[in-house]
Design a protein around this ligand. Structure first.
Ligand SMILES: Nc1nc2c(ncn2[C@@H]2O[C@H](COP(=O)(O)OP(=O)(O)O)[C@@H](O)[C@H]2O)c(=O)[nH]1
Ligand SMILES: *[C@@H]1O[C@H](CO)[C@@H](O)[C@H](O)[C@H]1NC(C)=O
Ligand SMILES: *[C@@H]1O[C@H](CO)[C@@H](O)[C@H](O)[C@H]1NC(C)=O
Ligand SMILES: *[C@@H]1O[C@H](CO)[C@@H](O)[C@H](O)[C@H]1NC(C)=O
Ligand SMILES: [Mg+2]
Length: 394
């Protein structure tokens, strides 16, 4: 081919591909391999902050979901639930499928795919001859996650003693010095490069997580078509058997899961107690009645007309309808289980009561904080203390 023609073709190729310019500062990938949505969302905010601190493009992983009766996790594209564009206002990001299709062939050959983990991870199928490894694809969801994009690893890097706390000790610089993008164009982490629960400094990154047009439309439609006109309270009840078991750990700890969101990251507002994790039905009804009354007093023009309940097991619809019938407040839920639609609707309620220990509730709380909407937690502050304080004030 004539050199001239080649140059023209090359030129048009480059301009055509302008949107997919390679980031010379590199990329960061990870598997959201721990927990369900709430945990993964906490981790996402940390990973977003971390990738910005390292100035690497964040590869947006799919959400990992588990369905009853299925052995392998399902990977749901990131943008099924959230928009990509608002994230770009904060930092460079790319959907994992787009990265694999358009960028990986140029910067990440199969024989250069090295997984990153803090230290050796033991394999489920030990082989005496094998050397220390991240075993990044061992087990579920690890294998199914990378398999979704046909990714395999040829080697491992242990990054200990580095960590993800980029808000302290010049951690980002240490990463950049040890793993420069020129040598490591893609860093794929075995798990999220973030802490759980989300660091306090990263909570406000929630403002860049905006529901996808489909979910935004579905929540508006539900509120318009199913709820009576007027103000409503959103409730999150976490009461399934896994939660009842998890709450037993309250006894051994100062904090549990998302509890720093109400107790404070240094227990400024107390230590954990059982009801904070698993409020009784009586407490729930007492607290709701109190909230409805206080809204009526403080905002008589916008009285509570209905309650929307999201729950993983028991929605308490009958109990709530019975208890609130005299207040002319009716209770609603989704007809079909859809955790993300539950979250999206709770984000729009006039008032919200969530479970302080639950990272599912924490997602709603952060979204509402960003919008300036009020939120409360079951059994917080502790009822007994409240009585004592009221008494002392007299
Ligand atoms: N539909 C629905 N599912 C829920 C609700 N609460 C919990 N779940 C399910 O239970 C999972 C709980 O795990 P996670 O999100 O990590 O939150 P956490 O365990 O409460 O901290 C969620 O991801 C949902 O799949 C709810 O209110 N509605
Ligand atoms: C961060 O990366 C972007 C894109 O690669 C680059 O344009 C920018 O100069 C980098 N910033 C710093 C502070 O290195
Ligand atoms: C992965 O490989 C399989 C089999 O080679 C192929 O059918 C599939 O399309 C590939 N998927 C992706 C995302 O490349
Ligand atoms: C009860 O609520 C409905 C709508 O939720 C409203 O139309 C009706 O006027 C209310 N009745 C009373 C007595 O407040
Ligand atoms: Mg969980």
């Amino acid at each position: 081919m004539h050199l001239f023609l080649q140059l023209i073709l090359l030129g048009s190729f480059i301009s055509f591909n302008n949107a997919d310019e390679i980031d010379v500062n590199g990329y960061l990938a990870y598997c959201p391999c721990m927990g369900r949505f709430g945990n993964q969302a906490d981790h996402f905010l940390g990973a977003l902050a971390f990738s910005k601190a390292l100035n690497r493009t964040l590869i947006l992983p799919p959400w990992v979901e588990y369905r009853k009766g299925e052995i392998r996790s399902r990977q749901v594209p990131f943008d099924t639930y959230f928009q990509v564009e608002p994230l770009q206002e904060y930092h460079r990001v790319i959907l994992m499928a787009d990265f694999m299709q358009r960028i990986a062939p140029q910067v990440w050959p199969e024989d250069k795919r090295v997984s990153f983990c803090y230290m050796e991870r033991k394999t489920l199928a030990p082989n005496k001859a094998s050397k220390p490894d991240c075993h990044a694809k061992d087990g579920n969801p690890f294998g199914p996650f990378w398999d979704t994009y046909n990714i395999s690893f040829v080697d491992s890097v242990f990054y200990s003693p580095l960590n993800f706390d980029i808000h302290h000790r010049a951690m980002a610089t240490k990463w950049q010095e040890k793993f420069p993008a020129s040598e490591w164009p893609v860093i794929p982490f075995t798990g999220a490069p973030a802490s759980f629960p989300v660091q306090m400094e990263n909570r406000e990154l929630q403002r860049y997580l905006r529901w996808s047009p489909i979910y935004d439309e579905m929540r508006h439609t539900f509120i318009k078509n199913k709820l009576p006109i007027g103000a409503f309270i959103g409730l999150h009840l976490r009461n399934g058997i896994d939660w009842v078991r998890a709450c037993e750990h309250v006894r051994d700890s100062q904090q549990l899961f998302a509890s720093p969101q109400c107790l404070g990251y240094n227990n400024e507002r107390g230590s954990i107690y059982f009801e904070l994790c698993l409020p009784s039905k009586e407490l729930i009804i007492r607290q709701i009645k109190r909230l409805i009354k206080s809204v009526k007093q403080s905002n008589p023009k916008n009285e509570i007309r209905s309650i929307f309940v999201a729950a993983d097991a028991n929605h308490m619809i009958t109990e709530l309808n019975t208890a609130l019938s005299r207040m002319n407040v009716s209770t609603y839920r989704l007809d079909n289980d859809d955790p993300h639609l539950d979250l999206a609707i709770l984000g729009m309620a006039n008032h919200f009561v969530g479970n302080c220990v639950s990272s599912f509730s924490a997602f709603v709380k952060r979204e509402r904080d960003v919008k300036g909407l009020p939120s409360y937690f079951w059994a917080f502050p502790k009822e007994k203390e409240r009585h004592v304080r009221a008494h002392e004030e007299l």
